[in-house]
Design a protein around this ligand. Structure first.
Ligand SMILES: Cc1cc2nc3c(=O)[nH]c(=O)nc-3n(C[C@H](O)[C@H](O)[C@H](O)COP(=O)(O)OP(=O)(O)OC[C@H]3O[C@@H](n4cnc5c(N)ncnc54)[C@H](O)[C@@H]3O)c2cc1C
Length: 362
């Protein structure tokens, strides 16, 4: 006979979402072992409740008390599960912190995830919106995702193609939403590593790090003149260090200022739309896409509307990065959404562009 599930009632989610929004869940279960999930399904009272699957709570806006069951994925474990001539397969449990996984791979000498350093949240959420930063998306390194399907009571493994990764998108945001609980994710890390340093900001940081090393060396040391060029000293660990430095400068630390990172996706526009905008806004920041469309920098659009550093009640726009909405203290989810709506309206009016929120609104 299985032991009863340790469900807690009227559970505060204040410490479980990085926006720091104070709401209560009717029921809460820390899922330390995926074997608990079929048990939830068998319990008619729990199975009847609406479900919220929770990782690190870093991509959520909680707008009200949650009238259902929060399944908080807290299972742990990271292992090498296979090797070929091309890749090392590393499987990590959903409840592992994302940055902890990045550090684990670097400590074991495996490159590939370093550009995704310091993204908050859990491994289990990484496929949901196909997390990405500095030119790399998790989906490009994911071999497979294992999930528990609440509808069919089956554990299913999806390969990369089955996950249908897109820009901040995957199958888990569509027909598998609410029904798939990701248990673990397997990453295929390259045996022959190549640095992904196409972002100018990253190149600059790496150059600065190299100069700092040279300056710290005593004058006239034989090593100083024979130091290898900066490109030869770029390692996965160095890139991770550079990205941690950039992100720590640019983004608010959720432990001090409530936020969910970028609040809006970068919008895509047609070539004709971009041309019209460029005529009026020569400084427009945009990136050509393979399909002929252009991705606009949402932060730049918001900044042009004068929102950077502004507030509406207790919700605000971060003064160093207009794409980040923040909780200035005791903001509710509704306060955050009111500000987000005002920004969306302004950007639509001025640029004819619709901004789509990145976090999940609950
Ligand atoms: C300061 C800051 C910086 C950020 N920078 C980036 C960035 O550079 N790039 C980027 O892509 N994102 C970024 N984010 C957003 C966020 O960190 C990621 O989206 C992250 O993957 C969310 O993980 P989480 O565990 O906190 O998910 P949660 O917020 O807990 O959940 C997010 C969604 O995933 C679902 N979910 C979570 N775990 C599971 C699971 N095991 N099975 C099924 N569904 C699940 C939830 O139901 C919810 O719908 C940033 C956030 C912050 C606060």
């Amino acid at each position: 006979m299985q032991s009863p599930l340790p469900v807690e009632h009227d559970f505060s989610l204040l410490k479980f979402n990085t926006f720091g929004i104070d709401v209560v869940a009717k029921a809460y279960l820390s899922v330390t072992d995926p074997a608990m999930l079929p048990q939830v399904r068998l319990d008619s009272r729990l199975a009847a409740l609406p479900r919220l699957i929770l990782g690190g709570g870093s991509n959520l806006v909680l707008t009200r008390d949650f009238p259902g069951l929060v399944l908080h994925m807290t299972n742990k474990g990271i292992d090498v599960v296979g090797r070929t001539g091309h890749t090392v397969s590393v499987r990590a449990a959903a409840g592992e912190p994302w940055h902890g996984l990045v550090q684990w791979t670097l400590a074991h000498g495996f490159g590939g995830l370093e550009n995704l350093s310091l993204i908050p949240g859990s491994v289990g959420a990484s496929p949901i919106q196909n997390i990405g930063a500095y030119g790399v998306e998790a989906g490009s390194l994911i071999e497979s995702v294992r999930y528990y399907d609440f509808d069919t009571d089956a554990v299913i493994t999806l390969d990369r193609a089955g996950c249908r990764f897109g820009y901040r998108d995957s199958v888990f945001k569509h027909h598998l939403r609410q029904r798939a609980v990701i248990i673990d994710v397997t990453f295929g890390l390259p045996v022959v590593w190549q640095a992904q340093v196409q972002y100018a900001e990253l190149q600059q940081e790496l150059r600065k790090m190299q100069q700092d090393i040279q300056q710290d060396m005593p004058q006239n040391t034989p090593q100083k003149s024979s130091l290898p060029p900066a490109s030869a000293t770029i390692t996965p660990a160095r890139i991770s260090e550079a990205i941690v430095a950039i992100r720590s400068r640019k983004l608010p630390d959720p432990a001090r200022i409530g936020n969910a990172g970028s609040f809006f996706k970068n919008p895509l526009v047609s070539a004709a739309h971009r041309q019209r905008l460029l005529a009026q806004w020569p400084g427009l920041i945009c990136f050509a896409q393979a399909d002929g469309s252009y991705k606009l920098a949402a932060g730049w659009l918001i900044d042009q509307c004068g929102w950077k550093g502004q507030s509406m009640g207790a919700a605000g726009v971060y003064d160093k990065q207009a794409l980040v909405l923040i909780n200035r203290g005791h903001a509710t989810g509704t306060d955050i959404l009111r500000l987000a709506n005002a920004i969306q309206e302004d950007v639509a009016r001025r640029f004819g562009v619709t901004l789509e929120p990145e976090p999940i609104i609950v």
